[in-house]
Ligand binder design. Structure first.
Ligand code: PMP
Length: 397
């Protein structure tokens, strides 16, 4: 039976990780994955997380099954974070939220749910997008197509192309939108452009699926979530996948959520019941540890304040790295104006380097980015940035 199974290709980004691990270059730098490293090049274990874990260890609890939709205090914290505590959206009961296995799990539960309610819909994702968007929605049975997004010549967003694609999409089309910190390009659309998107989505009766994987890494927690309010105001149905992998530096705990904004409380209750069927038949219910940590931090005022501060520190350090990257590239002899790097936002930069240049960076210098030219700015620090800049300058010569 299995003799005919063909070897599936490695995940393009995680595959690079393996290659990096095996590289013996002592100066190697990994800028390929979407992970935040601190100034010393280490994956941080946030203080707020450590304190929550100590509290939990001091009052140990048995680990029964969680409800299918997860820890109630976690779900309400996600809802409050995404839609605003005390907001009409939350108070009216119109949001159905479940605890998911990371942002990916939220997207997949949402995709399976949408496949049930509108099986013939098409999915549109940005060109380019996080690689797993296409794979995940295809795997859920959808036809996935692109809407224009990145404009390489202008170094920014092809907003006209994007709007035209949405204007001509069939009603019911699912549109995956990066709520902030677009991965991989680092270019977000402006608030006014979001208004245009929201208006078209409403008029064309499209189904927005917002991917909120980097809340707090752009301009701030509230600022990065502002677009959610625009969709609430437009009053149509939409979905939001939340990830805490980055914002809590809890990548391996698989902490995320899916929220579905509905027309009424009654509708939200019915939606929640279907989400639960999707979960029950897939992994039954989520694990306890990561969700308990996040719920404790978000629901305890002093831990919450500490988290916001730690997240702000990560955000600020990334911004400093952007500024330093531009200056150091210049100092390393790069003639081209690289200041666009400081106009990008979040963890990533589309560097504009070609595939050949990225391959040379990897093979000759041990500097690992993605073939598309994407580098993770959050993996730079004052110790590796000079070497990275000198290496980039050499391949640009
Ligand atoms: N969406 C985007 C845009 C991402 O970049 C990522 C993480 N790389 C995810 C979703 C998934 O996040 P998680 O690791 O929490 O599953």
């Amino acid at each position: 039976l299995f003799s005919a199974v063909e070897k599936a290709p490695n995940d393009p980004i995680l595959g690079l990780n393996d290659q990096f691990g095996a590289d013996e270059n002592p100066r190697k730098v990994n800028l390929s994955v979407g992970v935040y490293y601190d100034e010393t090049g280490k994956l941080p274990l946030l203080e707020c997380v450590q304190r929550a874990e100590r509290q939990m260890a001091d009052a140990p609890k048995a680990r029964g099954y969680l409800p299918i939709d997860g820890i109630a205090a976690y779900d309400s914290a996600v809802k409050n974070l995404v839609f605003g505590a005390g907001s009409d959206a939350v108070n009216s009961g119109r949001v159905a939220t479940i605890q998911s296995l990371g942002g990916t799990g939220g997207l997949k539960v949402g995709a399976d749910f949408l496949k049930k309610v509108n099986p013939n819909a098409k999915v549109l994702i940005s060109d380019p997008s996080w690689e797993n968007h296409r794979a995940l929605f295809s795997q859920a049975g959808f036809t996935v197509e692109f809407y224009p997004y990145y404009d390489a010549v202008k170094r920014g967003v092809n907003i006209d192309g994007m709007l035209t694609a949405l204007e001509t999409a069939e009603p019911g089309t699912i549109v995956v939108l990066h709520a902030c910190c677009h991965n991989p390009t680092g270019y977000d659309i402006t608030s006014q452009q979001w208004d245009q998107v929201v208006a078209i989505v409403k008029e064309r009766k499209l189904v927005p699926f917002l991917d909120l994987a980097y809340q707090g890494f752009g301009n701030g927690i509230a600022e990065d979530g502002a677009v959610i309010q625009k969709f609430v105001a437009a009053a149509g149905d939409f979905l939001v996948a939340t990830s805490f992998s980055k914002s809590f530096s809890l990548y391996g705990e698989r902490v995320g959520g899916l929220s579905v904004f509905c027309a009424s409380k009654d509708e939200a209750d019915r939606v929640l019941s279907l989400l639960k069927v999707m979960i029950r038949t897939n992994y039954s219910n989520p694990p306890t540890h990561g969700g308990s940590v996040v719920a404790t931090v978000l629901n305890t005022p002093d831990l919450r304040a500490l988290w916001e501060q730690e997240l702000a520190n990560m955000r600020t350090r990334i911004r400093q790295m952007r500024t330093l990257l531009v200056a150091d590239l210049k100092a390393a002899g790069v003639k081209e104006d690289m200041s666009f790097i400081t106009q990008q936002i979040g963890m990533f930069s589309y560097s504009g380097l070609t595939k050949e240049q990225m391959v040379r960076l990897r093979n000759e210098f041990g500097v690992y980015g993605v073939d598309s030219g994407r580098i993770c700015v959050a993996a730079l620090n004052t110790k590796n940035i000079d070497y990275v800049c000198q290496s980039i300058a050499r391949v640009l010569q």
